[in-house]
Ligand binder design. Structure first.
Ligand SMILES: CC(C)(COP(=O)(O)OP(=O)(O)OC[C@H]1O[C@@H](n2cnc3c(N)ncnc32)[C@H](O)[C@@H]1OP(=O)(O)O)[C@@H](O)C(=O)NCCC(=O)NCCS
Length: 146
């Protein structure tokens, strides 16, 4: 898929696989408040965009209003990250459409393990799609150094 369009409540949204520019992504990223913790500069954001394995960018006209990306080895593991829809465009199915395109890409590549970290209030969103929580005796682990 290079690009396709879907009609939502807020109008036509174009989905493509091009990397967004650092500026447009940065503006969307700021809406999540995640950068209060990550403290990423625009240069770091730009580098992180280029290192992604696959990305979906969603546009309303010229405006980037949604993204989702995959970090992957292309065979065994895929980690879905940075699912963001602009607050003005939420709750009409755009996030689900992005997630579907990301999961379809993994399926096309026959990737065995599709994972993600679900924020506390997003479990339902992912569960509705078909994701299941890892077992309590084998949850993910994280190394924190700052
Ligand atoms: C998570 C996120 C990407 C979802 O994007 P979204 O476009 O709102 O997603 P959808 O519209 O597909 O689904 C969101 C909700 O709207 C509901 N919905 C979908 N289409 C709908 C419609 N046409 N009418 C009414 N509700 C609808 C879904 O059922 C879902 O409900 P739920 O949250 O109770 O499960 C968005 O909330 C976001 O950017 N959040 C901030 C960043 C974040 O937390 N990212 C995820 C980190 S794990």
């Amino acid at each position: 898929m290079d690009s396709n369009s879907i009609l939502f409540r807020s109008g036509k949204i174009d989905f493509c696989t091009d990397w967004p520019s650092a500026d447009e992504y940065y503006n969307l990223f700021l809406t999540t408040r995640w950068n209060d913790e990550y403290c990423l500069s625009k240069e770091e954001i730009e580098k992180s965009i280029r290192n992604r394995w696959f990305s979906i960018s969603a546009y309303s006209g010229e405006e980037l209003i949604g993204t989702g990306s995959i970090l992957s080895d292309g065979i065994q593991h895929a980690l879905i990250v940075n699912m963001i829809v602009h607050p003005d465009f939420r709750n009409q199915g755009i996030g689900t459409a992005i997630l579907r395109l990301l999961v379809n890409k993994c399926k096309e590549c026959n990737i065995r393990d599709i994972q993600l970290f679900a924020a506390q209030d997003k479990h339902n969103f992912y569960r509705k799609f078909g994701f299941v929580a890892r077992a309590d005796n084998a949850p993910g682990m994280q190394y924190r150094y700052r």
